[in-house]
Design a protein around this ligand. Sequence first.
Ligand code: NAG
Ligand code: NAG
Ligand code: NAG
Ligand code: NAG
Ligand code: NAG
Ligand code: NAG
Ligand code: NAG
Ligand code: NAG
Ligand code: NAG
Ligand code: NAG
Length: 320
Amino acid sequence: MKTISSGLALASLVGTSLAGAIYTLDECVRGEGFYDSFNFENITDPTHGRVTYVNRTTAECLNLTYATSDTFILRADDTTVLKVNDSGRNSVRIRSNQWYYEHVVVFDIQHMPEGCGTWPAIWETKESDWPASGEIDILEGANNVVPNQSTLHTSHNCSMPNNTLQSGSFITTNCDASVAYNAGCGVQLTEDKNSFGPNFNKNGGGWYAMERTLHYIRVWFWERDDPFVPYEIRSGAWIVNTDTWGIPAANFPNSTECDIQSHFGANNIIINLTFCGDWAGNAANYNASGCPLDCVTYVNDNPSAFTNAYFQISSMNIYK
Ligand SMILES: *[C@@H]1O[C@H](CO)[C@@H](O)[C@H](O)[C@H]1NC(C)=O
Ligand SMILES: *[C@@H]1O[C@H](CO)[C@@H](O)[C@H](O)[C@H]1NC(C)=O
Ligand SMILES: *[C@@H]1O[C@H](CO)[C@@H](O)[C@H](O)[C@H]1NC(C)=O
Ligand SMILES: *[C@@H]1O[C@H](CO)[C@@H](O)[C@H](O)[C@H]1NC(C)=O
Ligand SMILES: *[C@@H]1O[C@H](CO)[C@@H](O)[C@H](O)[C@H]1NC(C)=O
Ligand SMILES: *[C@@H]1O[C@H](CO)[C@@H](O)[C@H](O)[C@H]1NC(C)=O
Ligand SMILES: *[C@@H]1O[C@H](CO)[C@@H](O)[C@H](O)[C@H]1NC(C)=O
Ligand SMILES: *[C@@H]1O[C@H](CO)[C@@H](O)[C@H](O)[C@H]1NC(C)=O
Ligand SMILES: *[C@@H]1O[C@H](CO)[C@@H](O)[C@H](O)[C@H]1NC(C)=O
Ligand SMILES: *[C@@H]1O[C@H](CO)[C@@H](O)[C@H](O)[C@H]1NC(C)=O
């Protein structure tokens, strides 16, 4: 890991009047650095997936994680036919060692898991007091298709107005995790066809960025060859100015309907890949996606269907 101390000299140059929009690089996690910055969570999937989250030793031994200086791969087993009573397909779930409050995070992603039954996610939360410290799902979806979205899940008394400046569209506006079976307030990334699944991968991926302040939480996506990707994103610059990033894909404002400060606390970053479970394996969702059989049978019997069930991430930059 290269933890780069945020340049005080640079910060003072830009002054304080633009504070909130200008950030300096605080942590640059690249390739092998993911091993230092994240812990392997060897736990039972709380969302009841058809998965076994292995520990680091096993992951490296089975090549379920693999890193070079500029790439980190996280994937599921794609060779084992599972018996009904096996515990689930081997996969990996990692959680950051650091805690984050107000920050910007930029992921440079080449590939995300695809395939029927897959449910990949990059998100932030504090697991031990969920949902008191909030949950921000930056990138999440299931079964390749529906719904590619960014979602907040919170404690009571947080909902979003459906008139925010964003390119995506709210499919639900109540963020309260106790409402509507924890649907959360979700924005579907409707504008860009290459932000998820097979299309994302064919296109060489792209960049997901999230900015969390006391005034709003915003998510942006730029596909790999987007001519409008800010140069500071493409180059992994020392300083970024989120005011120049254009209209976000998802925009969750602070308001009288949701006091962001009291609904979001210290969060970890989590990257996980599960199968089936509460979302992907829900029979109605699974069938609607056009996937064959039932989810668990499909995942048990077809290891080769998961050859492309992997994340390939170059870097994760944190700005503060
Ligand atoms: C932990 O990982 C090992 C393999 O590394 C696996 O056999 C075991 O089932 C996992 N434990 C849990 C709770 O998933
Ligand atoms: C990882 O899991 C394997 C298989 O269950 C076990 O043999 C090994 O001791 C575990 N390693 C750690 C560090 O927990
Ligand atoms: C592990 O995976 C990487 C990336 O897919 C691959 O290049 C490498 O050859 C694999 N190593 C083994 C021992 O299979
Ligand atoms: C699976 O486990 C159940 C309960 O322990 C047992 O009754 C059943 O025979 C097992 N099935 C197979 C195929 O091993
Ligand atoms: C990861 O786990 C969390 C809860 O533990 C869940 O909310 C999230 O949806 C899961 N996603 C995946 C892809 O496993
Ligand atoms: C929000 O507004 C958009 C555009 O008018 C509409 O398509 C969508 O259904 C609305 N969402 C909710 C949750 O009301
Ligand atoms: C996201 O899902 C919606 C609804 O299924 C779909 O119309 C849209 O094309 C999807 N976008 C991407 C990037 O896959
Ligand atoms: C809900 O939040 C608002 C501030 O956003 C606060 O004024 C109000 O008292 C809260 N209501 C409850 C029931 O907690
Ligand atoms: C968030 O909105 C509430 C309600 O308007 C307000 O009381 C609070 O001061 C706002 N928070 C910030 C940090 O501006
Ligand atoms: C989904 O499809 C499976 C297998 O084709 C079928 O058994 C099940 O009833 C369907 N469930 C729903 C909710 O449509």
